[in-house]
Ligand binder design. Structure first.
Ligand SMILES: Cc1ncc(COP(=O)(O)O)c(C=O)c1O
Length: 367
């Protein structure tokens, strides 16, 4: 048996391909290549589904972070807290606007942004903003993070690049709280474009207007400059075409996570905590090994057995050369990095495949 890490073939069914080809043909006929009607249609659907007033499409998930920082008025030299376990785009966005990233540690049990670490770091660093990341699709403790940030007047940008389909503890969809929330629609994400795209969610009318101005060269405000972070009409058409099926696929991902949990619960291998079964979008299915050696050996063993896996992330942000010298806390992130391994997770895994992966993992662990 073979179990691939991603499965693009089954994602792009014949009927979906036909629908997208028709949409692209229509766009060519109309000559409406940038920010066309599909952009507005998708923004409306995505906002409604996520119970938020505004969705603004932008060119990619990194731009979504940068444009959010600019819309909030974060200035060069100001400090922004970013977690130690993430994709480096989170910290990169801060540096790209001239601000200073400060490392916030993560929880050992779920690799998510730690509120306790934020509290300690903020005392010393006086942060202007924080960017909690819903890593692997699992959702940070936003109820308590917002409470603290509101008290301390720290702006919040939730990096939800990996978490379309995730929920807060109160059951509401990610993006429906008071801060800005950003998404990536890179082709490997749960909801994926045919290239790059991203978006920002906000409940705030004024911020939504600012984002519209910034993403389109400052147009709409005589006193503002912006940039080009418009979303291509073709990408919006693809996202709109895939939207409904992605909601179904996200349900499938939850069921698969539950099956993995049932099969792996007695093996002693560390999984995400149980609450992830209610909250995560299951973009990825991470397991926590003893150390880097065990992770490398397992990855090789799975590979020999034709099972895809990926070590997200081999290094904490505090260990990446361009980021390592910034201040903050790093202990848990560095403890976790290198011993994390993601098992296959996509909506087309069969029960036989999930069982095969679990059996091989048990075999490796001697269980
Ligand atoms: C956590 C996180 N933040 C930001 C990004 C950046 O998104 P994009 O690749 O669309 O720019 C990604 C993409 O992989 C991500 O995983």
């Amino acid at each position: 048996m073979e179990v691939s890490f991603y499965n693009f073939e089954e994602l792009h069914t014949d009927s979906l391909r036909k629908d997208i080809v028709n949409r692209v043909d229509h766009i060519i006929q109309e000559g409406s290549f940038v920010e066309g009607p599909y952009n507005r249609e998708f923004e409306k659907k995505f906002a409604e589904h996520n119970k938020v007033k505004h969705c603004l499409l932008v060119a990619n998930g990194t731009d979504a972070l940068e444009v959010s920082l600019l819309a909030l008025g974060i200035k060069p030299g100001e400090k922004v807290g970013v977690p130690g376990i993430t994709f480096y785009a989170t910290a990169e966005a801060v540096i790209n606007i001239g601000a200073i990233p400060v490392h916030i540690d993560v929880n050992l049990e779920d690799a998510l942004f730690s509120l306790e670490s934020l509290k300690r770091v903020h005392q010393a660093q006086q942060l202007k903003a924080v960017m909690p990341v819903h890593i692997y699709g699992n959702v940070a403790d936003m109820e308590n993070i917002y409470q603290y940030c509101d008290e301390q007047k720290i702006a919040v940008i939730e990096d939800s690049a990996q978490a379309f389909g995730g929920h807060y503890k109160n059951g509401n969809p990610v993006g429906s709280m008071t801060g800005l929330t950003t998404f990536s629609f890179y082709p490997t994400k749960n909801l994926s474009a045919f290239g790059d795209a991203g978006c920002i969610l906000t409940q705030d009318d004024q911020l939504a207007e600012k984002i519209k101005v910034i993403r389109n060269h400052g147009r709409g405000d005589d006193h503002a400059l912006g940039r080009n972070s418009r979303c291509d009409h073709i990408q919006a058409a693809v996202l709109d075409a895939k939207f409904q099926s992605t909601i179904e696929h996200n349900k499938k991902r939850s069921e698969i996570a539950r099956e993995y949990f049932n099969l792996l619960k007695d093996t002693g291998v560390q999984l995400l905590p149980e609450n992830s079964l209610k909250q995560s979008a299951w973009h990825l299915f991470p397991i926590f090994l003893k150390d880097q050696n065990q992770r490398e050996a397992l990855q090789a063993f799975l590979n020999d057995n034709k099972i895809g896996s990926a070590p997200f992330y081999e290094k904490a942000m505090t260990q990446e050369p361009p980021l390592k010298d910034y201040a903050g806390e790093r202990e848990n992130a560095e403890n976790l990095a290198g011993r994390l391994l993601c098992l296959p997770m996509h909506p087309f895994l069969s029960s036989e495949q999930i069982q095969y992966v679990s059996t091989k993992l048990k075999e490796f662990l001697g269980k």
